[in-house]
Design a protein around this ligand. Structure first.
Ligand code: ADP
Ligand code: ZN
Ligand code: ZN
Length: 805
């Protein structure tokens, strides 16, 4: 079928109207264009990028007004029908531009500068005649060649038959890797003839050809052939000259995996694991879009349940998506998937280069892999037969995207599960309150693992009151209890993890005389001290300056660094235990690619006694020899201006504690705190989620926060303070006059960070239970903003279900 009219979503964010525009498809493009392809179209004075979201026969646009598609970028669509539908849903769900939703689904390589290349996937002879000559010199030919010669029609056909493939080569990325292989002739008779031709004196050649006859048609490494047959390159070249084989160039994916992994097989499940797995697989068999919450204590073997559920999914010839928070920080986790499913796994995370990310995406797009393990955006993996979606550590805030589209991966997962009729599996030792509440109401199905997989007991937890330490004259950051415990482990040659809670804690420079804290020039936020280069840095806008010699306010020279960094802790440890081998893991020691893996590997191999780190060591560590976990400062995250502060603190302490005593050796946890009576800290002692959940729910109920209420956050910013305040007030007025009276609208108030990148910020918080008018009202507000306010320099953002407020 061919269509004359394409509906196109154009890449012009900030245009007041967010809808598709109709364009005429030029005749020669009509049989090539498809939904999900990108195009170039005229829009106003410019040519812009757009996505084809619909094709049709007719349009209401008068024929003299309608413009033509100028260029078709993809002859194979980059987005599936599912993705186009998902984008529409995201647009309403998160109130974003549809173009933002479309763009977020594609790897950044497709947004960068790239060269399109067509690569040969078969023998030249199989290609349509018109195309053959172009591939004689090389298996990769620039797409432009075919465009110029008007061969796109034939090209498209060859691509749909998988004879050729289009590939986007990111320019700064350099060349795609290629390796040379040997393709043995397909025809055994031909090889026999060649063998007959070879004179008996050329014994080696004859032997080689005899061997090749045994491997007719195969593609092999030249090295393999040479070693197997004990011949030299010269001999191989000679038989290749006779036509017994030929050299071919095969493109290799840039493999982001740094090392080989050992293959593992399914473990014999515990009773609890068996029950959980059966429920999940039966839901898979019944093709139900059911959401499970797998609540299992640390070390209970959730991952093994994931692995076996995925195995089931693969047996059914379906695909699986596994999301993990900040995957680059959890190499051990990725390794477990690779070691079970090998080449069938693609990995997607922010630590990969643009080209590597693209390679992984393409493996998925072309159906070369069946399992994707990745961070948040991997939820858009372009599989077309999804059988299972897993979110590990479902409570993590990294699953929520902070920029437009402000989506939560959990919501997208549930949407896709409904599309594919497959289950979603949320796993955590400390579920988010929202998810656990849904499980209580049977919206999600609760699966529980109460025991550790090897029946190890949970570690014993001791909470040390640091105020008492101070009273008894201990001014160091280590309590007596922790020092003693560390000493015992060092003597026994067991391993120790020391955790410095840096969330909500900053290392700033303070004047001891007047109390001035050095702040960023563009943002109302204190600059963070970086010891490695003696600089102060703004973590929001990147502004940098040297540490001042004297106070900018009172010129005192008593201005210095304040706060505890990992380097300082390391120095203290070495003073106390000069013999200890310490590995420090923080932003400074892990900046280089692969540094995480290396540090962890080295710790796993026993090259250090103490692993010292920040948030990045809280998750996923599974080393049998760790028997002590020390938390240096439990409460720094308690005092954040965030209604989730207690929840986050409890989660963190439980996670960190879970690193100890995971195998035969019993574990101990020492938590140091200045507010040990706080329930989030007190309850982490038992590592029991349920009592914490009950208490925290009561608090949320009293304060009117989720999960009892939903939240929406509106932020308004402008370079001028008065403008920001005025338009924030306008927004609030608009909301008040359009929303139901039982919705509470709080604000406008100054935002938590009152100035960011030179813009003043105001906000308003909406709390609601059921409000059908919310989305339409917010849509109207956005329209108002896009058609008028934006010209005045206002930036307005809407975040439904914000992760911080
Ligand atoms: P979680 O993800 O719940 O923290 P893991 O999946 O990491 O737990 O399991 C903890 C440890 O127990 C791992 O070393 C894992 O290999 C082991 N394990 C899990 N399930 C089993 C089982 N059924 N039999 C034996 N060992 C298991
Ligand atoms: Zn001062
Ligand atoms: Zn700044």
């Amino acid at each position: 079928m061919t269509f004359r009219i394409a509906e196109v979503i154009v890449d012009v964010a900030a245009y007041p109207v967010d809808r598709p525009f109709d364009y005429l498809v030029p005749e020669q493009m009509q049989s090539l264009i498809e939904c999900g392809s990108r195009v170039k179209v005229p829009f106003g004075p410019r040519n812009v990028l757009g996505f084809v979201v619909g094709l049709k026969e007719d349009t209401d646009v008068p024929i003299d007004k309608i413009k033509e598609v100028t260029k078709l970028i993809d002859i194979e669509p980059v987005l599936t029908t599912e993705m186009l539908q998902l984008a529409k849903w995201l647009k309403n769900k998160t109130i974003c531009f549809e173009i933002d939703a479309l763009q977020v689904m594609l790897p950044s390589a497709l947004r960068a500068k790239y060269e399109k290349m067509v690569t040969l996937q078969t023998d030249i002879e199989n290609l349509p005649i018109d195309l053959q000559e172009h591939f004689k010199k090389s298996g990769r030919v620039n797409y432009k060649v075919f465009e110029k010669l008007h061969l796109l029609q034939t090209l498209k056909m060859a691509i749909s038959h998988k004879l050729l493939a289009v590939e986007y080569v990111v320019k700064q990325q350099g060349n795609v890797k290629e390796i040379r292989k040997v393709k043995i002739a397909d025809d055994a008779n031909q090889l026999n003839e060649i063998s007959a031709q070879i004179s008996n004196r050329a014994k080696k050649q004859k032997l080689l050809v005899e061997w090749l006859i045994q491997h007719v048609g195969k593609v092999m490494d030249p090295e393999t052939i040479l070693t197997e047959t004990n011949s030299s390159m010269a001999v191989l070249q000679a038989v290749i000259d006779l036509g017994a084989a030929k050299f071919v160039h095969q493109e290799v994916y840039r493999d982001p995996f740094t090392k080989e992994v050992k293959k593992t097989t399914s473990l014999h499940l515990t009773d609890e694991q068996t029950v959980a797995l059966e429920k999940i697989t039966s839901s898979m068999e019944n093709k139900q879009p059911e959401t499970f919450l797998l609540h299992g204590v640390t070390g209970s073997g959730k991952t093994e349940v994931y692995l076996q559920a995925i195995q089931q999914c693969l047996n059914d010839d379906k695909e699986a998506i596994v999301l993990v928070p900040e995957i680059s920080l959890t190499p051990q986790m990725t390794e477990r998937f690779r070691s079970r499913f090998g080449e069938l796994v693609a990995v997607m995370h922010s630590g990969l280069s643009v080209g590597e990310k693209y390679d992984e995406w393409r493996k998925v797009h072309e159906g070369k892999v069946k399992v994707v393990v990745g961070a948040r955006s991997a939820i858009f993996a372009p599989f077309d037969n999804v059988g299972l979606i897993i979110l590990d550590e479902e409570h993590e805030s990294t699953y929520k995207q902070e920029d437009s589209p402000r989506y939560h991966a959990r919501d997208v997962a549930i949407w896709r599960s409904e599309y594919h009729n497959c289950p979603v599996l949320l796993g955590s030792a400390t579920p988010s309150l929202e998810s656990y509440a849904r499980a209580q109401k049977n919206v999600y199905t609760l699966l529980t693992l109460k025991q550790r997989a090897l029946k190890q007991s949970l570690p014993t937890v001791e909470i040390v009151d640091m105020r008492e330490e101070l009273k008894s004259g201990n001014r160091s950051m280590f309590s007596e209890k922790l020092v003693e415990s560390i000493r015992i482990r060092l003597d026994k040659k067991e391993q120790i993890v020391l955790f410095l809670n840096r969330r909500g804690y900053s290392s700033f420079v303070l004047c001891r005389d007047c109390g001035t804290v050095v702040q960023c020039e563009n943002c109302d936020i204190s600059l963070t001290y970086h010891r490695s280069n003696e600089k102060l840095k703004c973590h929001y806008c990147g502004y940098e300056q040297h540490v001042p010699r004297e106070c900018p306010q009172c010129q005192s020279d008593h201005i210095r660094f304040f706060g505890t960094g990992t380097q300082k802790v390391e120095e203290e440890i070495l003073k106390l235990f000069p013999e200890a081998r310490v590995l420090r893991m923080d932003v400074d020691t892990t900046r280089q690619k692969g540094a995480h893996e290396k540090l962890l590997e080295s710790f796993g191999e026993g090259h250090a006694d103490i692993l010292l780190g920040t948030q990045m060591i809280a998750k996923g560590l599974d080393f049998p020899n760790i028997t002590l976990v020390g938390v240096l400062s439990a409460d720094t995250s308690l005092h954040l201006p965030d209604y989730r502060a207690a929840e986050k603190t409890f989660q963190l302490l439980t996670q960190v504690g879970g690193r100890a005593g995971r195998s035969a050796l019993p574990g101990e946890v020492v938590i140091q705190s200045y507010t040990p009576e706080h329930y989030a800290i007190e309850l982490s002692k038992e590592q029991h989620y349920e009592p914490f959940y009950q208490l925290e729910m009561t608090m949320r109920h009293q304060a009117g926060y989720p999960p009892y209420y939903y939240l929406a956050l509106i932020q308004v910013s402008h370079e001028d303070l008065m403008m920001a305040a005025e338009y924030a007030q306008k927004s609030v007025d608009y909301l008040r006059s359009n929303l139901s009276f039982n919705v509470s609208i709080i604000g406008p108030t100054v935002a938590g960070i009152s100035r960011l990148q030179n813009r003043y910020r105001y906000q308003c918080l909406i709390k609601y239970k059921i409000e059908p008018k919310l989305i339409p009202t917010l849509m109207q507000l956005i329209k108002l903003y896009r058609s008028d306010w934006i010209k005045k320099g206002i930036i307005l953002t809407i975040d439904l279900d914000p992760s911080t407020i």
